[in-house]
Design a protein around this ligand. Sequence first.
Ligand SMILES: [Mn+2]
Length: 308
Amino acid sequence: MTHRPDCLLIGAPMDCGKRRQGCRMGPDALRVAGIDAALATLGLTVQDCGDLRPKMSAAEDAGSGFQAGACAAWTAILAETAETAMAAGLPIFLGGDHALSMGTVTGVAAHAAAAGRPQFVLWLDAHADFHTPKTSGSGNLHGTPLAYATGRSGFEGFPAVAAPVPDANVCLIGLRSVDGPEREALMASGCSAHDMREIDETGIARPLRAFLDRVAAADGALHVSLDVDFLDPAIAPAVGTTVPGGATFREAHLVCEMIHDSGLLTSLDLVELNPFLDERGRTAALMVDLVASLMGRRVFDRPTRAYA
Ligand SMILES: [Mn+2]
């Protein structure tokens, strides 16, 4: 009998969800920042599955920038991989832009449906990613994955969503850049959405605890999608869509520590890291530290490190 790894690292160097390029370097930046060692230090076994390559035509592959065909191909291979990976360990998807979550969320949700468990999704992001290709002004698909995974229509050419995540099982925290049509769609939905104004007023623990309690009560599977722009740009500059007023270092770690304490996490996306925009790797290093908090590093275990 082979040993089941605790965590699977699955690289998705996907850069087709928007025009600004660089996220395709994200998986390697996270590796260089020591994600495997950080997990191993916690006593976890890690299997790095390398990077996925979508099946797409040479013409689609040749260009750069936004391409629906390439995104659809990524969605297909990611959904298939995510569903399979759920039986093998806790998958950590190394992005790649946020369009990769079209595949990862639908894949893990298909696995949960087959296992008879409800799928829950925690979306840590400055944006709601609730556009459809029709409402998106930019046409950038990295602004659509939550709409797709919850079963909204308008995604022609993309794989059918076999097990859409119910709106009621989705929680967004960190919002501070949501445009008109997206706001209307979000307010009309059954998702629970918490913007930074609310976080300022109540603290970040309150909405998170309420959501984790709901996941636990339903014996749900929990997918966390962590966008770099959830964090304040002062501590995480390596993202193409910086919005001031994001989560602080402590708020982000608290979220991760609470998720770990809940014991509920079943899959994870790390998205929108653009190493081309980073400062000496500090954003990649912070993302790795947050993963360590998610997977069990305690405050008292944290090595003291001077940030240069
Ligand atoms: Mn996002």
